[in-house]
Design a protein around this ligand. Sequence first.
Ligand code: PTJ
Length: 243
Amino acid sequence: MIHPDHPRYRSLVTRELLAECVKKGVVSPEGLTAHGRGEAFDYFIGERTTASALLAERTAAALLLSARCPVISVNGNTAALAAKEIAALQKSCGAKVEVNLFHRTEERVRLIEDLLRSAGADVFSGTAERLLPLSHDRAWCRREGMFAADVILVPLEDGDRCEALVKMGKTVIAIDLNPLSRTARTATLTIVDELTRALPNITSACTNLTGAEREDLPATLDNNYLLSEAIREMTKRLSHALD
Ligand code: PTJ
């Protein structure tokens, strides 16, 4: 039992949730390692949404709203941490929600789809095909879903698929706390923020962006700037850590 007055209460509860989700088969054991890496970078950024991350989130909203076929790709960690937030974002931007897994089994796909549905998401399921140019199982997706997407949101992604999606001409929005990752550097737009902070920010931007922002934010998108701002914030915190 974790007591709410523990200074790291939220972090400990989240770890407990993920460990439970591993037992249920929703999260892969490797997902715990990925979460740990995320937590480390979240320390560096100060466990808050920076101004540049908020700009990235508002730009993501503009891209999703102007897309012809927006898709939100969901893996085990994302479903475990933020199924409700995914459902809320889907409602605000009209994107398809599709499960895509690195450690793929039919059983995990079904469990994650059920979890998303119970949180209120309308899941785009059905027959998957090996459609993406990848040797691993992230290649499996739906023809009318991810394969047809023009804008795709990929939280907690691996670099290979991000690169493949960009090469296919898609606009790829990544959520990744590690600004140095291959995903972060390859995506069209990288949100360096924690998943459960980033998703509600994108959702509220979908409802409150001005018409001018919808046009201007995608036109002025500069991912190198967003990444260098995230690195600057982290280095600033690290260099003042012992002040
Ligand atoms: O469910 P599956 O089988 O599809 O597997 C999912 C994981 C996450 C295991 C798989 O995609 C993976 O191995 O991812 P990576 O390559 O470890 O990349 C995950 C990235 O997400 C890392 O750069 C982490 O820093 C980052 N990250 C982890 N947790 C969070 C995060 N970023 C934002 N919010 C988080 N909560």
